[in-house]
Design a protein around this ligand. Structure first.
Ligand code: GLC
Length: 642
């Protein structure tokens, strides 16, 4: 109670401060109305992490400055999105992720390729890190040295704003990465710290000797055990050990310092004012450290996100956040908001578990583990959505739970090891062509690199039939991604069945990091074949285009309702059931290369009526009381035709 009174009192003082800062801005009443709506979220987050005096005033000033710099066009966009806050949850929301240079050389080049994206039905484009990174190896741009400048060979901040306008006109929203756990050692803050400025030293986590680092290391995992062992790096200038979760040239920020918070509110609003619609909070799980833990998913992470989210909502309400938290499913849901944070943190989060379970089911030709694991993921707030995906720019880590495995009589460690063998192609039953990424000597874990097409077997397929089987596998996997609910994120090149880039190591900075194997350049000449149904590219493209078209027509795929995942009496068949007032949708998937059948009632208990399969527009009729599913069948069963 006492706390509430303090918050309310400081809220009204800050409101007055905001009103003063807004001055005669024509939208001042709107901004103040948004303060009334979301200010309490902001204050609650601040109270949890930044009780220091004066932080609220600074945040309010940043909000007012962000609003002042917002263009009339973006203010209109804000008003539109306030009226349709579910834009990213709708069935017509379709995502695409690409490196700007690999897709089209420059930001202006991307503008010229917008027609390709529009034809495909894309409404959301994630351009991989494009803010100025450190020179040389920079973790694919995730070591940023200047957040207010675009990588020079890609263009300028003005080009970014122009691209955002072009995309908006084409009905496409723009997502950029916000790397907030760390900066490059070349960032001005890090340089100032090295030069001895105590203000900037306090932007980082620096320890004079090994005492504290050793204490933390006792419970810290290693993200890159091969190329960056340990979590601390000695720096001569600082005369200390600096926290470096990822590479030694990525310095973790001290998020307990309110100056860091304020810097990032400024950066967020600047990007928002360039027309960015969604910020992908990179490695957000790591931003808060606590001794004796793995320093991930700490409660403060969500309070900090709540502050950032509320500030953006007040100054630039059309912007949403996407959490990149590659963590256990039980931890993951908190990024979309649990308890007091429900609906107040990120709007989107990657569904890492769905991705892993798809690959696991395809390798094992068994979907029981998927049903167990996905049924355990708690529901998410109805105003949020998953980002569903099959591949991204990162490796695949086998986030498979020992308990889930035990439930179906499997050993977790053995299954993870099987998956690594399978997808690196060393298992005798493997169809895949991937490579091992980072081997952890302690746990034996090996992650996997490779494009979707190479991992489903297109590279190894010897004849036309095997190639078609591989495409069917890819389509089944993508049907799950497009059918689960939430925004499906197509990874550049998957629509053309692009294989691994075996020459990735020819670029010196990429040679040690085989994730570049699945970050190929867009082969625009090959893309020409996309409308030729007699080619592999054409068949794949048509399959993806069909998934997109059908998805758009099914209101039941709106993210506000959850997907229930059910095992069936056949281990290879799994059901995704979506109950929606517009009509239920029952998806049936056969993850094996054999024809299988299940009793009709196993589908029928999820609803009655004629069963039209929406992807093929065929009526599915049981034979002798059983539904017969061909190899890799992916059925989206609806009550009416669409
Ligand atoms: C995220 C990125 C990954 C990067 C890491 C560190 O996980 O997806 O590519 O290495 O953050 O920034």
């Amino acid at each position: 109670m006492a706390d509430d009174r303090v918050t309310a009192a400081s809220g009204s003082v800050l409101r007055e401060h905001l009103a003063g800062q807004l001055g005669s801005d024509p939208d001042a009443p709107d901004v103040l109305a948004r303060w009334d709506r979301w200010g309490p979220d902001l204050l609650a987050g601040l109270a949890e992490v930044y009780p220091q005096p004066g932080v609220g005033e600074r945040v309010v000033e940043l909000i007012a400055a962000g609003n002042a710099a917002r263009s009339p066009r973006l203010r209109d966009r804000d008003r539109d999105r306030i009226l349709s806050p579910d834009w990213f949850q709708r069935p017509d929301a379709i995502g695409y992720a690409a490196y700007a240079d690999r897709f089209a050389d420059t930001l202006n080049g991307v503008s010229e390729r917008v027609g390709y994206l529009r034809d495909l039905g894309i409404t959301y484009l994630h351009l991989m890190p494009l803010l100025a990174p450190r020179p040389g190896d920079n973790d694919g741009g995730y070591a940023v040295m200047d957040y207010r400048r675009v990588r020079p060979d890609l263009g300028t901040m003005d080009d970014l704003a122009d691209l955002a306008t072009t995309l908006h006109d084409a009905g496409i929203s723009l997502t950029l990465d916000l790397v907030l756990n760390h900066v490059a050692t070349e960032h001005a803050w890090a340089s100032a710290a090295r030069a001895g400025d105590p203000k900037y030293r306090d932007y980082f986590l620096v320890y004079p000797d090994r005492r504290e680092p050793d204490a933390y290391e006792a419970s810290l995992p290693e993200v890159f055990p091969n190329f960056a062992p340990g979590n601390f790096t000695w720096n001569d200038d600082l005369r200390g050990w600096v926290w470096t979760t990822f590479n030694e040239w990525q310095w973790d920020l001290n998020w307990a310092n309110p100056d860091v918070l304020c810097e990032f509110i400024g950066i967020i609003l600047e990007l928002a004012n360039r027309g960015v619609d969604c910020l992908r909070l990179d490695a957000i799980a790591f931003v808060w450290k606590r001794l004796g833990t793995d320093c991930q998913n700490q409660p403060e992470v969500h309070a900090i996100t709540q502050v950032l989210r509320a500030a953006a909502r007040i100054a630039a309400p059309s912007v949403v956040f996407k959490a990149e938290a590659i963590v256990a499913p039980r931890q993951l849901v908190a990024y979309l908001g649990r308890g007091t944070h429900a609906g107040r943190v990120s709007d989107l989060a990657y569904h890492n578990s769905l991705m892993v379970q798809i690959w696991s089911a395809l390798a094992a030709q068994d979907a029981r583990l998927m049903a167990v694991a996905l049924s355990r993921v708690p529901d998410i707030p109805t105003t949020t959505a998953w980002g569903t995906y099959l591949r991204c720019h990162d490796d695949i880590g086998w986030a498979i739970d020992d308990q889930d495995c035990a439930e179906i009589g499997w050993n977790g460690w053995a299954h993870r090891s099987f998956l690594s063998d399978f997808y690196t192609g060393s298992h005798p039953a493997s169809f895949a062509q991937g490579a091992a990424f980072q081997q952890n000597a302690v746990t034996g874990d090996r992650r996997v690199s490779g494009t979707a097409a190479s991992l489903v077997g297109l590279g190894r397929a010897g004849n036309a039939e095997q190639r078609q089987t591989a495409i069917d596998r890819l389509m089944l996997a993508y049907a799950m991604v497009f059918g689960f609910g939430g925004i499906p994120l197509l990874y550049m090149g998957d629509e053309l069945a692009l294989r691994n880039d075996d020459d990735y190591h020819l670029v010196a900075e990429h040679a040690d990091d085989n994730r570049w194997m699945h970050r190929p350049r867009m082969p625009w000449d090959l893309a020409e074949q996309r409308h030729s149904p007699d080619t592999e590219v054409g068949r794949t493209f048509a399959g993806i285009a069909r998934l997109i078209a059908v998805r758009r027509s099914l209101e039941s795929l709106h993210a506000a309702v959850p997907t229930r995942v059910h095992a069936t009496s056949n281990p290879a068949v799994v059901l995704f059931v979506r109950r929606h007032p517009s009509g239920d949708l029952v998806q049936a998937y056969n993850v094996s290369d054999s024809q299988v059948s299940i009793p009709a009632w196993e589908i029928e208990i999820h609803g009655t009526g004629p069963r039209i399969e929406a992807l093929s527009q065929r009526e599915m009729v049981p034979v002798d009381g059983r539904y017969v599913l061909p190899p890799y069948a992916a059925w989206w069963l609806t009550a009416q035709g669409h």
